[in-house]
Ligand binder design. Structure first.
Ligand SMILES: Cc1cc2nc3c(=O)[nH]c(=O)nc-3n(C[C@H](O)[C@H](O)[C@H](O)COP(=O)(O)O)c2cc1C
Length: 381
């Protein structure tokens, strides 16, 4: 048996090999202009690549202009957006991380406030800042919650355009140099709203029973898979449960995962919730460390496919135990990476994989190893 901790074992996904199992989860920055990347995005994501993660995800990126969550969200709906993404992808690759992108459509939640302005539907105050509303879309004319705009129910023709736009955005992601695409099917955004019986009351082929509600997600996955090269992996992020007895259930997620796997989706990224409010809203009650890990475990076991665990995974030992127990194959870190962008490098030291800064960037590892050998460190009394 290798002494390498599970967290630092490379993972082969089609032709892509990650240097370890640490994934920086997609995190919106709400800092784009007209869907284009800024220096902020390069520096923000670049620090995670320098920080040793195996895979670095660019935030939810809209496949249509109207699919942005906020005015500050990224897009890949036009070719002029490709060069900004290419800088991110190149920088990640040069620094040993696999560049990945999450493609999505915000659906009923399109045109929200940036979180720090309220995290709800746009108000007069937002209009005064220049953030004007646009009409959101969904499976049915049912708002997210009281006070949210009523979405336009997509026609079958509009659905066909949407499927095509996901595929074209994936082609742009390829042109930018990303090696992994993830389809955003979680957190109450458009795909999730088609999956959940709480938001999808359609009576046509895209609604009704589980098969009908899954149709859009499967069509999009198939369309993306058709243009995304065979040698590159495709992920799908799911809200594994809605958290109410009337909503989407874990059993449904297993059925969906099996169908996605048959289409050629390689990894199920198992998140949860978001159908009836802002995805980033604080949970009512306290959440436990690793609270979504059981979803990744169940999908891995019953759909027989690799999974990514996410949600309050903060400690290297915790991440290592999840992998050792066979509950997931990849560990996604979000907020803890904001606390410590070099989380992966520190985890390597904590788990004894790197004792001499050998895995750190050459620009710093050499000096830090030297300092450790030659210096005493301050000890609090
Ligand atoms: C600032 C911020 C932005 C986020 N943006 C996205 C996003 O673009 N797509 C997504 O699927 N999840 C998004 N999330 C959710 C995270 O990817 C992750 O699932 C969640 O924060 C739980 O993981 P954590 O406990 O490690 O933070 C975001 C979270 C944060 C904190």
């Amino acid at each position: 048996m290798s002494a390498i901790p599970h967290l630092f074992r490379p993972m082969k996904l089609r032709s892509v090999e990650t240097r370890n199992r640490v994934v920086i989860s997609p995190m919106c920055q709400y800092s784009a202009h007209d869907g284009h990347l800024e220096d902020w995005h390069l520096v923000n994501l670049g620090r995670f690549a320098i920080g040793g993660a195996g895979i670095v995800f660019t935030e939810a990126t809209a496949v249509q202009k109207g699919g942005r969550i906020t005015h500050g969200c990224l897009g890949l709906w036009t070719d002029s957006q490709i060069p900004g993404h290419a800088r991110i992808a190149q920088f990640a690759l040069r620094n040993g991380a696999i560049p990945a992108i999450q493609l999505g459509h915000a659906g009923r939640k399109a045109g929200m406030q940036r979180p720090w302005f309220g995290n709800g539907p746009l108000t007069e105050e937002d209009f005064a800042r220049g953030d004007m509303p646009w009409s959101p879309v969904g499976p049915s004319a049912i708002p997210v919650a009281h006070g949210w705009p009523v979405p336009h129910a997509l026609s079958v023709d509009e659905i066909a355009t949407l499927v095509e736009d996901f595929a074209v955005a994936a082609q742009r992601a390829l042109a930018a140099g990303y090696k992994i695409v993830e389809i955003h099917g979680a957190h109450g955004y458009l795909l999730h709203s088609f999956l959940s019986p709480l938001s999808n009351r359609r009576t046509d082929a895209y609604g009704g029973d589980l098969e009908g509600r899954m149709r859009l997600a499967l069509e999009i996955a198939a369309a993306v898979r058709a243009v995304w090269p065979d040698e590159l992996p495709l992920f799908f992020r799911t809200s594994a449960v809605d958290g109410t007895p009337e909503g989407w259930q874990l059993d449904d997620t297993v059925v969906l995962a099996r169908a996605l796997k048959a289409i050629g989706v390689d990894v199920m990224d198992c998140s949860s919730s978001g159908i009836a409010g802002a995805a980033t809203a604080g949970a009512t009650g306290k959440r436990q460390p690793g609270f979504q890990v059981p979803y990744a475990e169940r999908v891995r076991e019953e759909a027989d496919m690799p999974t990514m665990a996410v949600g309050l995974i903060t400690h290297p030992e915790q991440a290592e135990a999840i992998l050792q127990r066979g509950q997931a194959d990849l560990i996604a870190i979000a907020r803890e990476a904001l606390v410590n962008p070099m989380w992966a490098l520190h985890a390597a030291r904590t788990l004894g994989f790197d004792t001499d800064f050998a895995t750190w960037p050459e620009q710093s590892g050499w000096w830090l190893a030297g300092r450790e050998k030659t210096s005493d460190f301050y000890e609090p009394e």
